[in-house]
Design a protein around this ligand. Structure first.
Ligand SMILES: [Zn+2]
Ligand SMILES: [Zn+2]
Ligand SMILES: [Zn+2]
Length: 366
């Protein structure tokens, strides 16, 4: 009993100083706590606010005033409204950029379909209707987007539908996820597609999203991918397999692996293939065909790293490097020959050929 009293007093003292995160008033009686799903922090609420009828679909907290209600019923709190992309045109431009960056990041591994893909945006009601129509085939249980495959004029086309009004970071990774589905449909034989589990398919799509988020510094999206349970643990195994064996092996497993999914404690299974490996022809870097700007960046800039313990790659001033590569890169109005000495997970060491001077370039942490 004494113990109970001490506990009770502590609770009251605790309550006295707390301000309700929703109404901003001091909490006078009972304190309730809820998780802010966006920041992953615990927040304190008063009893009145806890009973409010609407919750922000992003942070999950109740909304009191100055919130936005989208036509499909989703509610967004005042704090979060600035972080979502409500304009479909803007969302389209973001997705175009995502596709470009993704191609650049994955150029040595896979080629994502380009000319036969369209991206459209729809609200939650329309997206859920679409799920019902297309059934379980190729739909993502994550409800943020889906990919339909159609045959038009004898040609396979993909229609990607993404939920409108998403956070910018989630929009970007959802876009990558759906593009990953298009790659699977186009590059994994029907027999293998039939055999591979849906969780593994989702796990692979999430892996590409995760790697993209890592490269782009999308920390919220990265945390969301790790916290998401809908691949039933496959995402964690895919990330681990990629760390241990590299993305190439994971891609090979997707195309001709023996197992239906990755197995805990036996990640080497990613190397068990039904058909022998074919030698892949790596497409030439896309930059070669792009028209270059008149002058390059004024300094050497590390644009990105595709990490693999066995074959890491880096992009410097939009040129691809593996360790020991010597590549001419644009610098100001001229070009310099750069040799890549080492590639770490977040930095590279390079040398401008002829100068003998070594430089370390770090990832720009945005
Ligand atoms: Zn309150
Ligand atoms: Zn919110
Ligand atoms: Zn999916």
């Amino acid at each position: 009993m004494l113990l109970f009293l001490v506990f009770f007093v502590a609770q009251m003292a605790f309550a006295a100083g707390d301000v309700c995160v929703v109404c901003q008033r001091e909490i006078r009686f009972k304190v309730f706590s809820r998780e802010d799903k966006l920041n992953r922090t615990r927040c304190f609420l008063c009893e009145d606010c806890l009973k409010l009828p609407d919750n922000c679909y992003l942070c999950g907290l109740p909304v009191l005033k100055d919130f936005t209600r989208l036509p499909d019923g989703r509610v967004i709190c005042k704090r979060d409204i600035g972080s979502v992309i409500l304009d479909d045109k803007e969302a389209g431009l973001i997705c175009d950029q995502v596709k470009e960056d993704l191609d650049r990041q994955l150029i040595r591994f896979i080629v994502i379909p380009a000319t036969n893909v369209t991206v459209q945006f729809m609200d939650r009601v329309r997206l859920q209707e679409l799920y019902k129509i297309i059934g379980n085939d190729f739909s993502c249980p994550n409800t943020l987007g889906c990919t339909e495959t159609k045959i038009k004029a004898g040609r396979r086309v993909f229609e990607i539908s993404l939920l409108s009004g998403q956070l910018r970071e989630n929009l970007m990774t959802t876009c990558v996820h759906e593009y990953a589905h298009t790659w699977i449909i186009e590059n994994v034989q029907p027999a293998r597609r039939k055999k591979i589990s849906k969780d593994a398919v989702e796990g692979f799509c999430e892996l590409l999203s995760y790697l993209f988020a890592e490269q782009q510094g999308l920390r919220v999206a990265q945390a969301d991918i790790l916290a998401n349970h809908y691949t039933r643990g496959q995402i964690h195994l895919f990330i681990e397999a990629q760390h241990q064996f590299g993305l190439n092996e994971v891609v090979d497993w997707m195309q001709s692996g023996t197992d239906a999914y990755l197995i805990t404690n036996n990640l080497a299974g990613v190397r068990r293939l039904d058909t022998p490996k074919t030698v892949k022809t790596v497409p030439p870097p896309i930059y070669a065909t792009h028209s270059e700007p008149e002058s390059g960046p004024a300094t050497l800039v590390l644009n990105g790293i595709t990490w693999s313990p066995t074959r890491p790659m880096a992009m410097i001033n939009h040129r691809n490097f593996e360790v020991n590569d010597e590549v001419k890169v644009p610098l100001g109005k001229t070009n310099v020959l750069v040799r890549c000495l080492t590639i770490q997970q977040d930095s590279v060491t390079i040398q401008v050929v002829g100068t003998g001077e070594k430089q370390q370039l770090r990832m720009d942490t945005r």
